[in-house]
Design a protein around this ligand. Structure first.
Ligand SMILES: NC(=O)c1ccc[n+]([C@@H]2O[C@H](COP(=O)([O-])OP(=O)(O)OC[C@H]3O[C@@H](n4cnc5c(N)ncnc54)[C@H](OP(=O)(O)O)[C@@H]3O)[C@@H](O)[C@H]2O)c1
Length: 327
């Protein structure tokens, strides 16, 4: 894994189970506050632009539209199932042993697939399953469970053994939580998908994952700029706009690329997969043009120098839970 050189970065990352994960994927999370645009169109545009990795999740509630896009591209003979790397995530409302396969089956049905390439535990803290509610609350307090993520991981191991998921991993896990999984479980996580960008460099996480052969996927590479301050995962107000940062703009200008391309190149050059979200065909295409230039050591230093430990995704509502990862 992490095979790279400065000019020719690898287009795939080898996971610790031998699977190849494309380094660039399309993110598909949509804010419920934004006008609903077609994720089906975004996935079709992405496949046409060469993306072969699609990131989704049960709780994005758009897997049926993604399934339509995949099905249509397969019917047209543009892709075969084995050409695309499809990632989904176990919802935190489905951490109970009997709910884990239900959640996977719903995603598989919606996506019209008989297996996933990678299935992630979305978040280490579980929430109560209350009908269809994604964020169950009582008296404005989030209803959490005390289900241990180690037990959830055993359920993930069983899914992998069933053949319905090729690789298994986690998302939003801390170093301590990864260490505990590695110590107690049979299968090591192949991936930890976490928020990463120059405002949240996470050097310790990068070094830890590298040393334990756990691949990283960077989510919200642009700091999730469309996320309204009131959105559940957001901070009270998010003053930071990485895409407009002067240092990023300066690096971009020198390389005759865009700030978005610099922010994506920043990850792939470190051997980290990245999953920018867009539903604009011109952005989707722009975000693929990251393999024809190389950031210098000085550029990387300047970008990392922007670190301020800022997260767009904090889930403050469960901060007091013992498994809350961002401490
Ligand atoms: N595991 C987790 O807990 C977790 C959490 C958050 C996100 N994720 C995953 O990571 C993906 C990406 O994160 P995100 O959606 O939070 O945000 P993001 O990728 O940081 O930012 C997406 C925003 O950037 C804009 N954008 C995309 N390309 C652009 C370009 N070339 N120039 C200017 N603006 C551009 C998009 O607008 P347009 O659509 O208008 O282009 C959209 O508003 C998600 O979609 C999801 O798949 C995972």
């Amino acid at each position: 894994m992490y095979s790279m050189d400065d000019t020719q970065v690898a287009r795939t990352i080898e996971l610790n189970d031998g699977t190849q994960m494309p380094v660039l994927g399309l993110g598909t999370w949509k804010s419920s506050h934004l006008p609903r645009t077609s994720v089906q169109g975004a996935v079709e545009a992405a496949i046409a632009a060469g993306y072969r990795h699609i990131d989704t999740a049960y709780n994005y509630r758009n897997e049926a539209d993604i399934g339509k896009a995949l099905c249509s591209k397969m019917k047209q003979g543009i892709i075969r199932r084995q050409d695309v790397f499809i990632v989904s995530k176990l919802c935190y409302t489905h951490h109970a042993p009997e709910d884990i396969p239900l959640c996977l089956n719903k995603s598989l049905n919606d996506l019209q697939l008989d297996y996933l390439d990678l299935y992630l535990v979305h978040f280490p803290v579980g929430l109560k399953k209350e009908g269809d509610e994604l964020f169950p609350k009582q008296d404005r307090k989030m209803l959490t469970t005390d289900i241990d993520y180690v037990d959830v991981w055993r359920g993930m191991e069983a899914l992998q053994a069933s053949g319905k998921v090729k690789s298994i991993g986690v998302s939003n896990f801390s170093i301590l939580q990864l260490e505990r999984l590695l110590a107690l479980c049979r299968v090591p996580p192949a991936v930890n998908q976490v928020e990463l960008h120059p405002y949240l460099v996470q050097t310790d996480m990068i070094e830890f994952c590298k040393s334990r052969n756990i691949a990283l996927t960077a989510y919200s590479p642009f700091g999730s700029p469309a996320r309204p301050p009131s959105e559940l995962f957001a901070g009270e107000s998010d003053p930071y706009k990485i895409l407009e940062d002067e240092v990023v703009a300066d690096v971009a200008k020198r390389h005759r690329h865009t700030p978005a391309q610099v922010l994506l190149r920043y990850h792939v050059q470190q051997g980290i997969a990245v999953i920018p979200k867009s539903d604009k065909p011109h952005h989707i295409l722009e975000n693929t043009k990251i393999f024809d230039f190389s950031l210098t050591a000085e550029d990387m230093r300047a970008l990392k120098g922007l670190d301020r430990g800022w997260r767009s995704c904090r889930l403050d509502e469960v901060k007091s839970h013992p498994y809350y990862p961002f401490v």
